[in-house]
Every structure is written in structure tokens, then in C-alpha cells.
Design a protein around this ligand. Structure first.
Ligand SMILES: NC(=O)C1=CN([C@@H]2O[C@H](COP(=O)(O)OP(=O)(O)OC[C@H]3O[C@@H](n4cnc5c(N)ncnc54)[C@H](O)[C@@H]3O)[C@@H](O)[C@H]2O)C=CC1
Ligand SMILES: O=C(CO)COP(=O)(O)O
Length: 316
């Protein structure tokens, strides 16, 4: 919708024929975004070849853990000069690859053909054309500028950045911190706890980013602090909501059963923790989320452990 509002002709691929049919005939996706009317220049198809044909930009937004499989099937269909754009905020389990690295690995395209859009962009608010800023990241600034122009609308204001590593890490780790804040909210721990988790969460994200060669300033920007604040304050966030349900005492299985859409942090917390170990970086909040979500540690026990960690200076 953003690309179409910015003047692009958009062909949207969808898996389910009934959703594609509803989009083409009613201009809405009634199950997921009721009440949002899509512009005329968005057309849907079940045929990935039709969606990819001649595309200047090929924008990918599937769950991070299925990307590799999806992209392997789509690679032969990509238009020769297309730029691949990731909207995804996750890290692949096992390989610990960021989404742009999976793009590179599967398609063998150069980094100047791979871009990322990220920032505080809760889908429901963007679809309601509520104002938001975003980051368009590519190692090649001219490509970032082309994409910036392609998605700039009166309600969507993209900035460029060449720090792809920092932008992707900001998006992926904020989902994990969003889970932590959700858990704290579900436990009724209050706003001081929230402010503390957001800030210390950003500190551990920045530590990891520095170890991976990111620009630390990226984390005080839209891809870092901006997205963290939006996610940790909004009931629209899937990760925050998932955490809240756990904090209220639901089991993992019960929480999964009431979650209809992708909460990336649930899987990516493990790959982020893995990345941290590989780079020798301490990420206590991320480790705590892994313990609660995957090891069944009771949130109250995890809280006591976090609060009784050894005292230390703030900037270390
Ligand atoms: N929802 C939001 O506000 C935002 C989400 N994102 C990111 O966008 C990415 C996608 O998330 P959402 O759109 O929110 O999730 P979603 O669950 O709403 O949508 C995921 C889409 O992927 C499809 N899908 C699921 N399994 C698939 C498979 N095996 N193969 C192909 N397609 C499959 C689903 O049918 C659905 O259309 C995530 O990485 C998320 O972090 C980024 C910014 C905002
Ligand atoms: O990334 C998002 C906002 O920028 C959406 O967060 P959730 O995936 O937690 O809904």
C-alpha cells in the first residue's frame, strides 16, 4: 500500500487463492486488515512469477525462518536488475544469518542489490495511513535513495542509512526486548521496569552491534530506539502481546494457540543469544527471554535472577 501510494505499480503475491481473490475483487484483506482499502495500483496474484516479472524492487515479507525455503523457489523468477528488499525482523536459527545475509546466500546477488526497510512501523498503523518514519538501508547509498523515493508518501517518511548490519540487528533484537517488556507488563511490574528494560535492552543490542561492526549511532535511531519504543508500548505489537500473555501466566502452548500472526522474537531470541555467544557478548535480557520462553523458567524466578546480577558501572 505504501509503495502504491508513492506511485508504484505493485503486484502482491499471496499463498491463499481466497485471500488473493478478496484483494482483487474487494480491494481489502478482510481477515487481516478489515476496513483498509488498498489503492487501485495494487494487484494480487498466486503466481510468484507474475509478481516478480519486471520488478524494480522485489519486497519480501515472510516469517524469517521460512525465508530461505521461499527464496530458493523464487530466485529463478527474479527480474534481472531487481533490488531485493527485506521487511523482516529476525535472525535465522542455526546459521545466525540476518535476513540480508540469507538473501545473499541464496540468490548470490551483491550487497548493492539488497536493501532493508525497518523502524517503528506497526503494520496496522501504517495500513491506517497514520504517520511514521522509517529507515531504508543499503550499503549502496544511491540504491537506498531510489528505494526511499519509491516509498515516500505524505504519511510515510523514510530516511536512508548505509549501516545494514545495525539496522537489521535493531529490528531483530527489539522483538526479543519487546517480549521481555510484555512479560514484565503481564506481571504488572510497572513503568519503571519498562523504562529499565528498554534502556538495558538497547544497551545489550548496541554491545552486540559493536561486536558485529555496526555503527553504534544506528541504535539511537529509528531502527533501534524508535522501533523499541513503538513495540514495547503498543498492544498492536505481536511480540509485546505474546510476552504479556506469558507474564500473565499462560503456558507457551496456550500463548502460541492464541497468537494468529508471526511473533519473530519467539524464535529469534535463540538465534540472537547464539550470535551473542559467538561474538562473546553478554546479553542478559535476551538470555532471560530464552529461559522463560524455551526452558520454562517461571518469570518471577527470572526477575529475581536479573535483579541480583553483580553490580556494575552503567557503561560496560
Ligand atoms: N506486523 C508488523 O507490524 C511488522 C512486521 N514486520 C516483519 O514482517 C515480517 C512478517 O511479519 P508479519 O507480516 O507481521 O507476519 P504475519 O504473520 O502477519 O504474515 C506473515 C505472512 O507470511 C505468510 N507465510 C507464513 N508461512 C509461510 C511460508 N511457509 N511460506 C510463505 N509464506 C508464509 C503468511 O501467510 C502471511 O501472509 C516479520 O519478519 C516481522 O518482524 C516488520 C514491521 C512491522
Ligand atoms: O516490527 C514491528 C513494528 O515496527 C512490529 O512488531 P511486532 O512484530 O511485535 O508486531
Amino acid at each position: 500500500m505504501v509503495l502504491a501510494d508513492a506511485g508504484c505499480e505493485v503486484t502482491l503475491w499471496g499463498r491463499r487463492p481466497e485471500v488473493v481473490e478478496a484483494i482483487n475483487s474487494t480491494r481489502t484483506n478482510p481477515d487481516y486488515l478489515p476496513g483498509v482499502e488498498l489503492p487501485r495500483n495494487v494487484r494480487a496474484t498466486v503466481d510468484p512469477a507474475e509478481a516478480a516479472d519486471g520488478a524494480d524492487f522485489t519486497v519480501l515479507s515472510v516469517p524469517s525462518q521460512t525465508l530461505r525455503e521461499n527464496l530458493a523457489a523464487w530466485t529463478p523468477l527474479l527480474a534481472p536488475d531487481t533490488v531485493l528488499v527485506s521487511l523482516m525482523k529476525g535472525v535465522e536459527l542455526g546459521t545466525t544469518m540476518r535476513m540480508s545475509e540469507v538473501f545473499e546466500d541464496v540468490t548470490k546477488l551483491g550487497r548493492d542489490r539488497i536493501a532493508v526497510v525497518t523502524g517503528p512501523n506497526l503494520a496496522r498503523e501504517v495500513a491506517s495511513r497514520m504517520p511514521a518514519a522509517a529507515v531504508v538501508a543499503c550499503t549502496d547509498e544511491t540504491v537506498a535513495q531510489r528505494l526511499q523515493a519509491a516509498c515516500h508518501t505524505p504519511y510515510f517518511r523514510p530516511y536512508t542509512n548505509t549501516d545494514v548490519v545495525g539496522c537489521e540487528l535493531g529490528g531483530a533484537v527489539k522483538n526479543v526486548i519487546g517480549l521481555a517488556v510484555g512479560i514484565a507488563d503481564g506481571m504488572g511490574l510497572g513503568d519503571n521496569a519498562k523504562g529499565s528494560l528498554i534502556t538495558r535492552g538497547l544497551a545489550e543490542t548496541t554491545r552486540l552491534g559493536l561486536a558485529m561492526g555496526a555503527d553504534p549511532l544506528t541504535f539511537s535511531g529509528l531502527a533501534g530506539l524508535g522501533d523499541l519504543v513503538a513495540t514495547c508500548s503498543s498492544p498492536l505489537s505481536r511480540n509485546h502481546t505474546f510476552g504479556t500473555n506469558l507474564g500473565k501466566g499462560m503456558t507457551l502452548q496456550e500463548t502460541i494457540a492464541v497468537t494468529r500472526q508471526t511473533a519473530e522474537g519467539v524464535k529469534s531470541c535463540e538465534s540472537v543469544a547464539d550470535l551473542a555467544r559467538r561474538h562473546g557478548v553478554e546479553m542478559p535480557i535476551t538470555e532471560t527471554v530464552v529461559d522463560i520462553v524455551h526452558e520454562g523458567k517461571p518469570p518471577m524466578v527470572a526477575l529475581k535472577e536479573l535483579m541480583s546480577r553483580s553490580a556494575k558501572p552503567e557503561r560496560r
